[in-house]
Design a binder for this molecule. Structure first.
Ligand code: 13P
Length: 250
């Protein structure tokens, strides 16, 4: 198996530039000897400052979203060209907060995914069901449909730059985590969907992160599961003393 653990911090709408730089410095220092793949995704306003800290280190620079168009009259949006200019390497797309609070649908997410891949970015495509969907037995079908539509038109050779993050909406910021077995079952299902779309080798190689209340106390158990290849961490990524033990789980 060639998959490597990938631990990412999604800082969401937190931290001024100076706070972000302080955290980035602590991560770079603490992860110098880290064995996994790492990402820090600050808000747009802190990308340049954090980029200067992580440049040339083993911590990648990530953005939390991007516009679906390259440029033009799109007030308030930030384009792939601007992110590239700042040295961003990875873009998180389809996060449930974008889907639910800002009403991004699969068609919009798909447009962003294709544009980001076209410009050479790595994409972390987030999928996941709400509590209601889970209780109705729809967890698998919701994730499946978000993957099919999110990756529509993405050719197999671009898949090496795609990471999938399974983030059950009910586990985000709630302190509730999917049990390692429940998460692994969905991850296995996601791998099956990828296999159907792109073949068994692509499915074997694709990295599937879990996100939703990942903490130092539960990371090792989650990562011990066959189909869980990393974590997309929200709240616990905001403090080095919580993120570092997650990122360096044994
Ligand atoms: P929490 O780790 O705060 O639950 O957030 C997860 C998340 O949404 C990461 O993208």
């Amino acid at each position: 198996m060639s998959r490597r653990y990938y631990i990412a911090g999604n800082w969401k709408m937190h931290k001024t530039r100076s706070e972000a730089v302080e955290l980035a410095k602590a991560l770079v220092d603490g992860l110098k000897d880290g064995k996994h793949k790492y990402l820090a995704a600050p808000s747009f306003t802190a990308l340049e400052a954090v980029g200067a800290v992580v440049k040339g280190t083993n911590v990648r620079l990530g953005a939390q979203d991007v516009a679906a168009e390259e440029q033009g009259a799109h007030t308030g949006e930030v384009s792939v060209l601007m992110l590239k200019d700042l040295g961003v390497q990875t873009i998180i797309l389809g996060h449930s907060e974008r889907r639910h609070t800002y009403k991004e649908d699969d068609a919009l997410v798909n447009k962003k995914v294709k544009l980001a891949l076209k410009h050479g970015f790595e994409v972390i495509l987030c999928v996941g069901e709400t509590l209601e969907e889970r209780e109705n037995g729809q967890a698998e079908v919701v994730c499946e449909s978000q993957i099919i539509w999110g990756l529509a038109g993405v050719p197999k050779d671009a898949l090496a730059n795609v990471v999938i993050a399974y983030e059950p909406v009910w586990a985000i910021g709630t302190g509730k985590t999917a049990t390692p077995d429940d998460a692994d079952a969905i991850h296995a299902y996601i791998r099956k969907v990828v296999s159907r779309l792109y073949g068994a080798d692509a499915a074997e190689n694709i990295v599937i992160q879990y996100g939703g209340s990942v903490k130092p106390e539960n990371v090792a158990q989650l990562m011990s599961k066959e189909n869980i290849d990393g974590a997309l961490v929200g709240g616990a990524s905001l403090k080095a003393d919580a993120f570092l033990p997650i990122a360096k789980f044994a």
